[in-house]
Design a protein around this ligand. Structure first.
Ligand SMILES: C[S@@+](CC[C@H](N)C(=O)[O-])C[C@H]1O[C@@H](n2cnc3c(N)ncnc32)[C@H](O)[C@@H]1O
Length: 105
């Protein structure tokens, strides 16, 4: 299927998308962001709502300039893992999940 969307479409809607997601999960404290890419949404949620966010992405290209796994009890953790296997998340340890986008394999 061909579309006429401009190449910067996602960038042009990103801030509004983050605001909508933020409103949807604003009452949560511990948030899991699946398919987090560079953890931009995770950082937005931490800074806007003071949430503890764990970003998960399977890609080698995710988290540029960030460690894959932050040490200690940071309010932002970026974990390189497959969202289909979340063994590191303990039962009852998450209040809200932002699911992977359409590109999720
Ligand atoms: C549309 S991008 C994410 C955009 C990001 N959430 C943002 O706000 O900029 C989709 C991401 O999902 C990741 N992904 C795809 N399949 C995955 C899986 N099985 N587990 C974890 N991450 C996955 C990709 O590596 C990619 O970074």
């Amino acid at each position: 299927m061909e579309t006429d969307l401009p190449g910067d479409f996602y960038e042009s809607i990103k801030s509004r998308l983050y605001e909508r997601i933020g409103r949807a999960v604003r009452l949560a404290y511990r948030v899991l962001d699946l398919g987090c890419g560079a953890c931009e949404l995770a950082r937005f949620l931490r800074e806007t709502y003071r949430q503890r966010v764990t970003g998960v992405d399977v890609s080698e290209r995710a988290f540029p300039g960030h460690p894959h796994r932050a040490k200690g009890r940071s309010s932002l953790r970026c974990v390189k893992a497959d969202a289909r296997h979340l063994g590191f998340v303990r039962d009852g340890g998450i209040d809200a999940v932002v699911p992977c986008g359409p590109s999720t394999r």
